[in-house]
Design a protein around this ligand. Structure first.
Ligand SMILES: [Zn+2]
Ligand SMILES: [Zn+2]
Length: 667
């Protein structure tokens, strides 16, 4: 009795003198601490891990997330008091704070930036509709799942080390499904049904917006009694927060999202499904944190102790390799729609100079006659991929990036790297010759030619330029499904589309993805080839090429998928590429050419000196060397597996603002 009384008394006493550790939601250089300590003052009894709070930081005020608390803090430091609690309900729990730390450590990205990027913004003032919707949820579940502060062992440890949580070892039983889209869906349906029965939540990830619409439609058909909650960045702030709270409270069971959704905290997550796992959109390559949702998913599954299933018609070499540990031969026999490889050299010899082979023209005519639909794949955007003078050979280039300009059907030019747009010149700027002309076939050119050839057909276009606009993409999808389009021309973004009347897929110029140098290019071409040829819901698949003997095409039609993976793995082992090594790409940008040269040489030298066991490649001049008005240099660090060390850490953490760190780069 006496003991109990004492403990209680002590607890209350310390409560009022608590220190709270906060991660400011802002980018802080990695060389500085990522977590700051404050006095909790009057707020102590209301504080919970994962809450968004307001706190002073240097001379300003910032939002932050409560990371943990402590009863004591180093003396001789004056701690500022926390300003206020923005929302009583934590935005993340402890598991996802650990996930954020993993992302921050693994991808060398500021912890505050990771959390700012991956959590929804809280509305600054009350929004009536949102408040009403939130009231329907049992928000107290979130509060209860966060333990009171200052009492858990975990939060003390966090404080003592200001800790970098060591990453969880992902479980080894990666569940990989290699099959056609229709067969994969059958397996996903089974998994979802099992989890619903067990009253667990399911997170279904797709790489592109267009698949969001298509998959939502499929989920609704298969689970009509379940609401499907969408998690993606294009939704309104209120919709994003509501979906987030539904995940946290168990207010919904099936969640569908794009890469960012992997960070959503769940109440009771049983299953993560990543479809089209080979798709590069799962990696955020163009801004920090440069994370890969597939890597984060492995950590998430370990933290939540839930299942992770990934599926593809042709998985990444890396995933294939990982799955070998669980199952020596993960490839299953498959049925596929009939594939024809058309030799375009023979077409030329036969006098057909059109971009469509005789076989394709015939199949298109038949498809239209039968009121069915076709999807035409073109690798490039625009009308022509470059414009060249036939007299002097000059190529029109972007004045800022120096890369060839792409020409559009409206006779305008644009740069693929920056936003520059201009009117196509009538004469060559170098020699004044009028014989200046676009070369290389882009989506717009194919669209134009189709309209010429099949005057009555309804032809529409979906390319990565227009695919980024979510509404446009959804509109194209529904137009196709509802039979308002006869032929859809698109880049890779259009390839996963399915529609009940879609019977023909054709690739116009597949050679533009084959035969490139680079250790990842064969793999990328392989993924595209299988997205075209790995389907079993079509009547016909046509691939046009000038290189029918190409090794990838040969492997594709031989049907022995494992040959590709075995050969690729052998080569990577021999030359020390992933999955047998790890790559980190460092990019330095500056508008000062001389400074850039000096700085990149300095860092490369330092890395070479300090890391004798790793291979340092560079500084290299990337293509393009200049984007917008900034010159670039790259350094590639090739690490043996599990050889990250303190020296590397300290060099990378001390890099200046001009540097970008990309772990496991895809470009
Ligand atoms: Zn010229
Ligand atoms: Zn440019």
């Amino acid at each position: 009795m006496q003991d109990n009384f004492l403990t209680l008394w002590t607890f209350n006493f310390i409560d009022s003198l608590m220190y709270v550790n906060v991660i400011p939601l802002t980018r802080i250089p990695l060389s500085k601490p990522q977590i700051y300590t404050y006095e909790s003052g009057d707020l102590a009894s209301d504080l919970k891990i994962g809450q968004v709070v307001e706190a002073p930081l240097y001379n300003r005020s910032t939002l932050g997330i409560v990371f943990g608390t402590a009863k004591t803090a180093p003396a001789n430091i004056k701690y500022k008091p926390l300003t206020k609690i923005i929302d009583p309900y934590p935005i993340v729990g402890e598991r996802d704070l650990r996930l954020a730390q993993f992302i921050s450590d693994y991808y060398y990205s500021s912890l505050g930036l990771v959390l700012k990027q991956l959590t929804p913004e809280l509305p600054r003032k009350k929004m009536k509709k949102l408040t009403e919707n939130l009231a329907k949820l049992n928000l107290s579940v979130i509060a209860r799942s966060s333990e009171p502060l200052g009492t858990t062992k975990q939060s003390r440890e966090n404080y003592e080390s200001h800790g970098i949580a060591s990453s969880q070892t992902p479980r080894n039983d990666l569940d990989l499904i290699i099959n056609s889209p229709a067969e994969r869906q059958k397996q996903y349906r089974e998994l979802i049904a099992q989890n619903l029965q067990a009253k667990k939540q399911i997170l279904f990830l797709v790489p592109e917006i267009i698949l969001l619409t298509q998959t939502e439609n499929w989920l609704k058909q298969n689970f009509p009694s379940q609401p499907i909650t969408l998690l993606h960045a294009d939704a309104s702030m209120a919709a994003q927060l509501l979906a987030w709270r539904q995940a946290q409270t168990g207010g919904a069971k099936i969640f569908l999202g794009t890469r960012r959704a992997i960070f959503t905290p769940f109440y009771n997550l049983g299953q993560i499904i990543i479809d089209e796992e080979q798709n590069q959109s799962y990696k955020q390559w163009d801004m920090n944190p440069r994370y890969d949702a597939r890597v984060v998913a492995e950590q998430k599954a370990a933290l939540y102790d839930c299942n992770l299933t990934v599926g593809s018609s042709a998985p990444r070499v890396d995933t294939y390799f990982k799955s070998l540990a669980a199952r020596p031969s993960p490839l299953v026999p498959r049925r596929s729609s009939p594939v024809s490889i058309i030799d375009m050299r023979a077409e030329l010899r036969g006098g057909n100079y059109s971009i469509f082979s005789d076989a394709l023209q015939k199949s298109l005519a038949e498809t239209l006659q039968e009121k069915k639909q076709a999807l035409i794949f073109v690798n490039r955007r625009g009308e022509s991929t470059f414009v060249m003078c036939r007299d002097c050979g000059a190529i029109l280039r972007c004045p800022r990036c120096k890369t060839p300009l792409m020409e559009h059907a409206a006779k305008t030019l644009s740069c693929v790297h920056c936003s520059i747009k201009m009117v196509s010149p009538v004469v060559c700027p170098a020699c004044r010759s009028p014989r200046i002309k676009g070369f290389g076939i882009g989506v717009e050119r194919v669209e134009m030619e189709l309209k010429k050839m099949f005057g009555d057909a309804r032809v529409a276009r979906l390319d990565s330029g227009s695919a980024t606009r979510a509404k446009n993409t959804q509109a194209r999808y529904w137009e196709l499904v509802n039979g308002q389009i006869d032929i859809l021309v698109g880049t890779q973004a259009a390839l996963p589309i399915t529609a009940p009347n879609l019977e023909l897929i054709a690739a116009i110029n597949i050679d533009s993805i084959l035969n490139f140098p680079g250790w990842q290019t064969d793999e990328r071409a392989w993924h595209i080839l299988w997205q075209i040829a790995g389907r079993d819901d079509l009547k016909e698949i046509i691939i046009q090429t000038y290189n029918p003997d190409n090794k990838l095409l040969q492997k594709l039609i031989s049907g022995k998928q494992s040959d590709f993976y075995e050969q690729e793995l052998n080569q990577r082992k021999a030359f020390g590429y992933p999955p047998f090594a790890q790559l980190i790409k460092l990019t330095c940008k500056s508008d000062d050419y001389d400074y850039l040269t000096r700085e990149s040489l300095k860092i490369a030298d330092k890395l070479k000196q300090e890391l004798s066991c790793s291979k340092i490649i560079g500084p290299l001049k990337p293509t393009p060397e200049k984007i917008r008005d900034f010159w670039q240099r790259e350094i590639i660090v090739k690490l043996e597996l599990n050889s990250k060390n303190d020296k590397l850490e300290s060099i990378l953490r001390d890099l200046t603002n001009e540097w970008n760190i990309d772990v496991d780069p895809i470009t």
